[in-house]
Write a protein that binds this ligand. Structure first.
Ligand code: CA
Length: 228
């Protein structure tokens, strides 16, 4: 993890230099750019493990960069840590809603920024492991690596989005998830995911699971739950 690649997007040269220096000293592989356009291009071409993103940039600003990165299936998994100025609360909230993972307010100590970066990378690594682990519940077996679902040892053909929904719910049986939480977690690529489309996906998913579809329960007025 210490050889993770980090992209810094910051137009203020002295801050860029300070962050660059400190991250290299921590053992990270680092590159820096000074505009939103360059940040987007570099993120798309090099797919770094994390982006440190200043919000106040000339031209394409940080929020726009964050939005474009999080909209693109190729880059949306890359965590973003925002650099913000004091009094930019509205931008911080907007950035977090766009999918940024954390933020540090200027002026900041490099130690704090590094601690935040480490925490975000650790969290992402944990999620990746969790995402890859096999789930066995009732007579259902979900194998993320093979993108395979077996019910009583018989394979069930699911779309990418249906698979992600099943995986998400079955990971935490008994927990109730709202439609919004499900949409946020699955980021379906093959379907425009909205409140209504989640309901359609559930109908289709239950049908394909046949008798095992009964494990997916509708919780009136809230959302969905996988039966314990
Ligand atoms: Ca700036």
């Amino acid at each position: 993890m210490s050889r993770a690649t980090i992209l810094i997007v910051e137009d203020e040269e002295d801050i860029l230099e300070l962050v660059h220096y400190n991250l290299v000293r921590e053992g990270y592989h680092v590159f820096g750019v000074t505009s939103g356009e360059d940040g987007l291009n570099k993120a798309r071409s090099d797919l770094p493990d994390l982006v440190v993103l200043d919000l106040m940039l000339p031209g394409v600003d940080g929020l726009e960069v964050c939005k474009l990165l999080k909209q693109d299936p190729k880059t949306r998994h890359i965590p973003v840590v925002m650099l913000t100025a004091k009094g930019e609360e509205a931008d911080i909230v907007a950035g977090l809603e766009l999918g940024a993972d954390d933020y540090v307010t200027k002026p900041f100590s490099p130690k704090v920024l590094i601690a935040r970066i480490r925490a975000v990378l650790r969290r992402k690594a944990k999620e990746a492991v969790e995402d890859a682990s096999v789930i066995k519940i009732h007579e259902i077996l979900i194998h993320p690596g093979r993108h395979e679902v077996l019910v009583k040892d018989k394979p069930v053909e699911l779309t990418f989005t249906e698979f992600r929904i099943l995986q998400y719910l079955a990971r935490r049986p008994g927990w109730v998830f709202t439609r919004f939480q499900i949409i946020d977690a699955i980021h379906g690529d093959d379907y425009p995911v909205t409140d209504r489309s989640i309901d359609f996906q559930m109908v289709s998913l239950r049908k394909k699971l046949k008798a095992a579809g009964e494990y997916i329960e509708t919780v009136r007025g809230v959302g969905y739950r996988f039966k314990e």
